[in-house]
Each structure stands twice: as structure tokens, then as C-alpha cells.
Design a binder for this molecule. Structure first.
Ligand code: ADP
Ligand code: ZN
Ligand code: ZN
Length: 726
């Protein structure tokens, strides 16, 4: 190597050791830290990121950088620091962390050129009768415009599922007219805050440095209005705001509330193309976008001048990535707010036990809204004892009677079920055999239209068995209730009442979901039946009854987080009831109405439930009291996965022993045991759970595992602060 070569460190998107030394020759400028570089790697070329231009002991056999893609940093120092921190915290190679946080177009080497956004266009409804009465989408469009009652922007129409070619067609037909609007459309004024809202707004607004607030506001308490009013002064100072929302909450309704209040709102979610994503990323970096509303990965967006971060529904599981780099976007916002020295506002009607624990320890400030906004009352809660009642497709006589009452009183009814499909089990009446997946340790769900057995874990589909595989009998009985069966039963019971089923099968496209939601929003009596897609975020003013078909499973699961999750779900679904002038009722069917957890939730509400649950976690030495990590391993040959985790365990026990001179010390290592779903897509899954006394101890132990040599058929990962047991 010639002496006029400059050696630098480059992180490449490869597992194992992902940081390597390369050199640039003396005639080339040394790249900036954070710049993307094209470098040779093995026999191929990869795009890496320069992470240091200082190398203590340059050695001779470095390869040359092929191309420097950015004159400046592509990844700003703040995000590079965050990546370094994540690499340590999640025990994930730095190069792969960087690959995760860069938009994929940037990762593939796209130019960082900001293309001017398309001119803002506003669509005015001209003549609804010009739309073809038989064209479903044209009618849906007219309905959409009539419901909006005002001109709608092109991007909003696009995100509602109406694409450009279709808009142009409607324009030629004379249904709509497009006007370019350079003047910003009139923005909504703020509402007059209630005293509780005002208190929360003031507390955050007067804070000028890093602080985390937990806004615990009952469903319908106007948390969004608090967000909006906290954002306003930050934006007036010329600073930007990041708002994280759960994937499911990105409804046009939610977006419209932000867009109608502020100019310069950008959106980031999984439905964007790579180029759209990169453009949004660049426009946040340049300061062009003032407010970014995004799902999980938006936490990695660079900003010119970030002044505030808001996380809506902070308890939501979609903030935790469940594969690859298993980060928690909510937890990362704390890091980002800290390094930018700005306030962070976490909001929820059902805060996570983690956040409540942080309040208890004085790390977060607690803000509360106990009353619903706009005069709406909290719904009433009651349990229906299903024991001894005759059931029709999962519905007790009592519940059927209550549904009828609400429909007669012209209310809308929302029915929650946690299973899509027709029936979760197909059972042989003669010998008890159940139809299972060939590739997973899972029962198959019976689906109708088309009739088939579907595995909800690996997505395999099978024809309906004609006879029992075990005894040959032909009496196979669907057991349990999925949304399709509930829909069928309700259609028989309430003929003529509009019925909307909302689950992953009926909402494959945003268009399908939006057109269902629009019809519901017209406010006529109807029944909605659906999974948790229906539970979160929606504001249905006409819903007076929410029914939970069966609340039991969640409280019986062995997963230590199951009670917390179940309570959150029940409270969130219940929160769709009685959100406007009309009071709401919540009825919950249970075979175990005496279950102490359910009783506590019903009698005392979420706060009290959560406090009791937190205390029992702390007593049991579980998170959030003590930090946890999970090692997962899977392989076609169960022995390979099991042996790997046994070796890890042996190694960890040795580490503990040499540190503490006691066999177990204060660390608990549980397993390896089969994962709750022990086989998925032919792979056997095992897990090893590690609970430490302190974070540093946990991280020391995890780091000591290093990068063991493993058979290529083994997949394994470390999950820090795991949310789901596989
Ligand atoms: P949350 O997010 O807490 O569930 P929302 O923000 O959806 O609640 O608010 C529920 C309803 O109350 C919305 O229709 C909203 O416009 C209305 N609202 C919120 N704040 C006020 C207020 N200060 N005065 C009148 N209405 C309000
Ligand atoms: Zn049988
Ligand atoms: Zn399967």
C-alpha cells in the first residue's frame, strides 16, 4: 500500500463482522463520515457507509473504495450515533443496522436529488350524474366526494385508493374538475381545549428541553387535539414535528385531521414506493416537510430541525419490529428526543406497563385526561355469562336481544372477534381428531367462499378433508366462531340490516376498506363485525353498542404479556362506543365471568388493572421490573436448534459463574424450550429466555455470545425486550 493512501472504516450490509478497513488514494478527497461508498466485498460490490476516517493501525492489505456516492454525509451524525447505539443494544451488526435505517432506494445507491413535488391539485365535484351508474368505483368516488363536502387534494384521493388514470377519466366525463391551487387551502382553527386538555398542552409547551410525557387519556378524550395544539407553537418557531402512529391507524380520517390543521404534512408508511419513500425522507432532511406522520420505520427519518416527537397509541405492538433488527420504535424515540434535546409526548388510552413503570420511577411525567371531549360520556360495561346459554354462531340470546334493541333505536353496532375465517377448528365428532397444517404445529382455520382450510401461520391452503384422517369418519364439525361465521349468523338474525365485515380478508386494498368505512360513516343503523382492524383509532360517532364475542382466550394464555394485551384490546374496542351525543354500551361475553382479571378490568377500569398487573410483574421479577432477552433458534432438524441453544446456555452459565462465583447468580436462564408455536413452515422453533438483574449485566452476557460458528441450516436471533413469544 502506498503511503499516500488514506485508510477509512466502512460498515457494509453483511452479518458477522460488518466493519472493514478500505483505502482511498491520495488524489481523491477523503469521504465524509456518514457518506455512502461503493466498495468491493468478496467477489461482489456493496454499498457501505463510511463510519470513521481515523484508523489507528492502518494495514497493508486494504482494498480501494470504488466510488464515493455522497459529497456530504448521507446519514447525519445524530443517526449514525443512534445506529451505533442500536448495534450495541440490539446486538446486531452495525452495517445491517445502517441498511435498516436507510430507505431502500438510498441503500441501493439512488441519487439524493429532490424532485419538485407534483403541483398541488384540488378536485371539485362538478356533476355526479355524469358518472356511470353501473361503474362501482365511479360511484364510490362520487360518494367519497359528497361525504367530504369540499374539494379534495389529488394526493388525498390517491391515498383513498383513487388512482390518477381514474381521476383523469372522471375529469373527461365531466364528473370532476381539477384546479391547481397555489394558495394554501383554508386550515381548520384549533378547538377550545377542555381544562384537562389545556393542562396537558401547557405542560408540554412550556418544556423546551428533553422530557418524556405520558398522556393517558380515555378513549375519545381528544388526545389528537392535544397533539395538534402542542405542535402548533413548535411549527411556528420553524421547527419540525415527527408523529408516529400504528400501522393500522393510518386511516384517511386520521391524516385529514393533521392536514386540515397544518401545511407541509408528509406521510411515511409501508404502502409507498421506494422512490416516494426516498423523496419524503429527503424532504424531511431539507426541512421542506414540516410535519411527518409515519409508521414504525419513520423513526429513522433525518430532520433539518426537529422540535417535538409524538407517539400515538404508544402501547401498540406494531412499534416493535418482529424480524431482522427487532427494534422498538417507541423506545427509539426516547433516544432521539434525548439527543435532539426536545420534548417527547407518548399518548394512549391504555398505556404500556413499561411506560407506566417509567412514570412510577419518575422518568416520565404523567398527564391525564379522565373525561371525554365534547360532552360524550364513557360507555357502560357489562359481562354476559355464556354458561348455560344456548348459543347461535357464538351469540348468546342475551346478546342477540341487546343487538336488536340498539338497531331498533337506530344505533350502529360493532362486534369484535379475534379470528378471521369461518371456524378456527374442524373436529372429528367420532374420535376428536382436529385438522392441522402439514407444515406447522397449528390447527387449520376453515374459510368459506372459497371453501378451504387455511393455515394462519404459514398461509398454506388445503382442500377440505372429506373424512377424518385418523378414524375415517365423515362427521367433521366446524368448532368456534370466526368473522365469516359471525357474519353469516348475523345476516340470518337481522335480515335487511347492512352488515360490514372488516378483517384482513375483506380489506386487501385500501379502496375496499375505505368504501366500507365511508358507508358506515353515513351513520345509518348497521352492524360491523371484525378483528382488531376495527378496534383501533376509528371514530364512529353513531356506534352505541360494542360487543366482544369472547373475552376468555386472552386471559388464559401462558404468555406473561397476554393479560395486558387483552385488557388494552378490550378497552380500545370498547372505546369505539358512544363517542358522540349518544351514550354507548359495551357487552362482553365470557364463559368465566368470575376471572379476577376480567372482573378487575370491568369494575375498576384500565388504570387500576394496569397497576395490579404491573405489581404482579414486579413481584415475579418480569419486565418491566427486570430486563429480558430471548434467544430464538429454528431449523428443519429440531436437534440442531435445540443443541445450539443448549450450547448458548452452557456458555452463559459459565459467564455468570466466573463473574459471580455462584452457579446462577442473579441471572435467570430459562429453557431451551419449544416456542409456543413449536413448528412453523417445517422449521422447529426453540427459545431461551434470559432475565437479568440489570441492563449492563444483560448486555454483557448477550455480547459474550459473539458470533458463534453455526450450521448453515440454523437461523437464530437475539430479541432484546421481546414483545411476543414467537
Ligand atoms: P382520542 O384520540 O383521545 O380517542 P379524539 O382526538 O379522536 O380522541 O377526539 C374525540 C372527538 O372529540 C373528536 O371528534 C374530536 O373532534 C372531539 N374533540 C376533541 N377535543 C375537543 C374539544 N376541546 N372540544 C370539542 N370537541 C373536541
Ligand atoms: Zn376421527
Ligand atoms: Zn402452516
Amino acid at each position: 500500500m502506498a503511503s499516500n493512501h488514506h485508510v477509512i472504516q466502512v460498515a457494509v450490509p453483511r452479518p458477522l463482522h460488518s466493519v472493514y478497513d478500505y483505502h482511498v488514494d491520495g488524489s481523491t478527497d477523503v469521504p465524509k463520515v456518514g457518506a455512502r461508498l461503493r466498495v468491493p466485498f468478496g467477489r461482489s460490490e456493496v454499498i457501505g457507509v463510511c463510519i470513521s476516517t481515523k484508523v489507528d493501525t492502518p494495514h497493508d492489505n486494504t482494498k480501494a473504495v470504488l466510488e464515493i456516492l455522497d459529497a456530504d454525509a448521507a446519514i447525519a451524525e445524530e443517526l449514525l450515533d443512534l445506529a451505533q447505539w442500536m448495534s450495541g443494544y440490539y446486538h446486531y451488526p452495525l452495517g445491517e443496522v445502517l441498511a435498516t435505517i436507510l430507505p431502500s432506494a438510498a441503500r441501493k445507491g439512488s441519487d439524493f436529488e429532490i424532485k419538485p413535488p407534483p403541483p398541488p391539485d384540488l378536485w371539485h365535484l362538478l356533476d355526479p350524474s355524469a358518472a356511470s351508474p353501473r361503474a362501482k368505483t365511479q360511484q364510490a368516488f362520487v360518494q367519497h366526494m359528497q361525504l367530504a363536502g369540499a374539494p379534495v387534494t389529488g394526493p388525498d384521493l390517491e391515498s383513498a385508493g383513487f388512482n390518477r388514470p381514474m381521476l383523469r377519466k372522471l375529469e373527461t366525463l365531466g364528473v370532476v374538475e381539477r384546479k391547481h391551487s397555489t394558495d394554501s387551502t383554508a386550515l381548520d382553527p384549533p378547538l377550545t381545549a377542555t381544562p384537562e386538555q389545556a393542562q396537558a398542552i401547557e405542560a408540554v409547551t412550556k418544556t423546551k428541553q428533553f422530557a418524556t410525557f405520558l398522556l393517558e387519556g380515555v378513549t375519545g378524550s381528544g388526545k389528537t387535539e392535544v397533539y395538534l395544539q402542542v405542535m402548533a407553537p413548535v411549527l411556528e418557531q420553524g421547527k419540525q414535528v415527527l408523529v408516529l402512529v400504528p400501522e393500522i391507524a393510518l386511516t384517511p380520517q386520521t391524516l385529514a385531521r393533521f392536514e386540515n390543521r397544518f401545511a407541509g404534512v408528509g406521510i411515511m408508511h409501508s404502502g409507498l414506493t421506494d422512490q416516494q419513500r426516498l423523496q419524503t425522507w429527503l424532504r424531511c432532511r431539507s426541512g421542506d416537510i414540516r410535519v411527518l406522520i409515519g409508521t414504525r420505520s419513520a423513526v429513522f427519518t433525518p430532520f433539518a430541525d426537529l422540535g417535538l416527537i409524538i407517539v400515538d397509541e404508544e402501547h401498540d405492538s406494531s412499534y416493535k419490529q418482529q424480524e431482522g433488527l427487532r427494534y422498538s420504535a417507541r423506545d427509539l424515540t426516547v433516544k432521539r428526543a434525548q439527543s435532539a434535546n426536545i420534548p417527547l409526548l407518548l399518548g394512549s388510552a391504555t398505556p404500556s406497563l413499561e411506560s407506566l413503570y417509567n412514570v412510577q420511577r419518575g422518568r416520565y411525567r404523567h398527564l391525564e385526561i379522565t373525561q371525554r371531549a365534547g360532552g360524550a360520556l364513557m360507555p357502560s360495561f357489562d359481562v354476559i355469562d355464556m354458561r348455560g346459554q344456548s348459543l347461535r354462531g357464538g351469540f348468546s340470546d342475551t346478546l342477540i336481544r341487546i343487538i336488536r334493541q340498539h338497531l331498533t333505536a337506530t344505533g350502529q353496532v360493532l362486534i369484535y372477534l379475534n379470528r378471521r375465517g369461518f371456524a378456527p377448528t374442524l373436529l372429528c365428532q367420532s374420535c376428536g381428531w382436529q385438522c392441522v397444517c402439514s407444515d406447522c404445529d397449528a390447527k387449520l382455520t376453515l374459510h368459506r367462499r372459497p371453501e378451504q382450510m387455511v393455515c394462519h401461520h404459514c398461509s398454506l391452503r388445503f382442500a377440505l378433508p372429506e373424512r377424518c384422517e385418523h378414524c375415517g369418519h365423515t362427521d367433521l364439525l366446524p368448532i368456534g366462531v370466526g368473522t365469516q361465521r359471525a357474519e353469516e349468523t348475523l345476516a340470518e338474525l337481522f335480515p335487511g340490516v347492512p352488515l360490514y365485515r372488516i378483517d384482513r380478508d375483506t380489506t386487501r386494498t385500501t379502496n375496499q376498506l375505505n368504501s366500507q368505512l365511508e358507508q358506515i360513516h353515513q351513520g345509518r343503523p348497521c352492524i360491523m363485525v371484525g378483528t382488531q382492524m376495527l378496534a383501533k383509532g376509528h371514530h364512529f360517532p353513531q356506534v352505541t353498542l360494542v360487543a366482544v364475542v369472547n373475552a376468555d382466550a386472552g386471559f388464559l394464555s401462558p404468555d406473561f404479556r397476554a393479560p395486558e394485551r387483552t385488557a388494552q384490546l378490550i378497552v380500545q374496542v370498547a372505546g369505539r362506543a358512544g363517542r358522540a351525543e349518544r351514550p354507548g354500551q359495551v357487552w362482553i361475553q365470557s364463559h368465566q365471568p368470575e376471572n379476577p382479571l376480567l372482573k378487575r378490568l370491568m369494575a375498576h377500569g384500565y388504570s387500576s388493572f394496569a397497576q395490579a398487573e404491573l405489581n404482579s410483574r414486579l413481584d415475579a421479577g418480569l419486565p418491566p421490573g427486570q430486563p429480558m432477552a430471548m434467544l430464538r433458534a429454528e431449523a428443519f432438524d429440531p436437534q440442531i436448534a435445540l443443541e445450539f441453544l443448549q450450547q448458548c446456555k452452557g456458555h452463559l452459565l459459565n459467564q455468570v459463574k466466573t463473574k459471580n462465583n455462584t452457579p446462577h447468580g442473579d441471572v435467570q436462564i430459562m429453557g431451551p424450550i419449544p416456542a409456543p408455536m413449536a413448528r412453523v413452515a417445517k422449521r422447529a422453533r426453540f427459545q431461551l429466555i434470559l432475565i437479568a438483574e440489570s441492563r449492563p449485566q444483560l448486555h454483557r452476557l448477550l455480547a459474550s455470545i459473539g458470533q458463534p460458528k453455526t450450521p448453515s441450516s440454523l437461523r437464530w436471533s437475539i430479541d432484546v425486550d421481546p414483545y411476543d413469544a414467537m
